[in-house]
Design a protein around this ligand. Structure first.
Ligand code: CO
Length: 288
């Protein structure tokens, strides 16, 4: 059997949406019963350069159940506080990986950097049915403790998964995810082996490059900003353009192949479980 390089199956242009307290976001996909991005549920890019589009209040206190929310900051910061008693500020390069399990309440308040810019990503990862009501858990990883694999042509920050013999600090996640921030200088190539049937996406947010393809088949030339969905295969391959760099977030995970029932900040498997979440909120037993 020969190794197969993953092809680009779908290219998504992010849509502008409003969430929280009038926060403008670029959303590539959100939770849907069709579950086409299994095990991923949502990918939002918050990029505010103009005070008129920025968050004043951010995301006031809200619940989550049945999912993991992952915040990755590029510029600016997010002040957060939650029902587990955690509070703090996530700054550039920091990651917060929150496993809501049965229930968490939190608030997220973005702040601009001195140049007035906020930029970062929020990814939602599903939990399998057996872990949706698990204890909430929280992994905060500071920029300094995220390992980088660096060559003159490339920089790969490994949040979860493994690249070049380096393992990311976020571990014990049900979907066994890969989550990396990859920068390639002009003319560089990136390659990563993957389990054949894992689901893989890339969010291209700077520059341009060729994604997928191999010796017998050209890849697809992609210019930022786009979300790419890869077909199944053994390897992800990316080349930057001859005269331009490219930067993307790479996400790979094992699909759960379970029905999902999303409702706002909850993603459960059945409508009855959503009704239970709402009833727990009303009766004050949501967070224990
Ligand atoms: Co939240």
């Amino acid at each position: 059997m020969t190794d197969s390089i993953r092809r680009v199956k779908q290219v998504i242009a992010p849509q502008t949406v409003i969430e929280g307290a009038d926060v403008l976001l670029r959303r590539s996909f959100g939770p849907q019963r069709s579950n086409l991005f299994d095990p991923f549920l949502l990918f939002d890019h918050f990029a505010f350069n103009d005070p008129l589009e920025g968050p004043i209040q951010g995301f006031p206190t809200h619940p989550h159940r049945g999912i993991e929310t992952v915040t990755y900051m590029l510029r600016g910061s997010v002040r957060h506080r939650d029902s587990l008693g955690n509070m703090g500020i996530i700054g550039p390069g920091d990651v917060q990986w929150m496993t809501s399990g049965r229930g968490i309440m939190h608030e997220e308040l973005p702040h601009r950097d001195p140049e007035g810019i906020i930029q970062g990503f929020q990814l939602w990862v599903n939990l399998p049915a057996a872990q949706k009501m698990s204890q909430p858990r929280y992994q905060e990883v500071s920029a300094a403790t995220i390992p980088c694999v660096e060559t003159p042509e490339s920089l790969v920050r490994v949040v979860a998964g493994e690249y070049g013999g380096v393992k990311g600090p976020v571990t014990d996640i049900a979907a066994q995810p890969i989550y990396m921030d990859v920068t390639l200088q002009p003319g560089a190539e990136f390659s990563l082996p993957t389990r054949t049937q894992d689901f893989a996406i890339a969010y291209v947010f700077e520059g341009e490059g060729v994604f997928g393809g191999g010796e017998s088949e050209p890849g697809e030339f992609i210019t930022a900003v786009k979300m790419l969905v890869f077909d199944e295969g053994d390897e992800i391959r990316v080349q930057s353009g001859p005269a331009s760099s490219v930067r993307f977030m790479l996400m790979v995970g094992e699909p759960f192949k379970e029905p999902i029932y999303p409702y706002g900040p909850f993603v459960m498997n059945t409508q009855a479980e959503i009704q239970q979440a709402l009833s727990d909120l009303r009766s004050g037993t949501f967070v224990q």
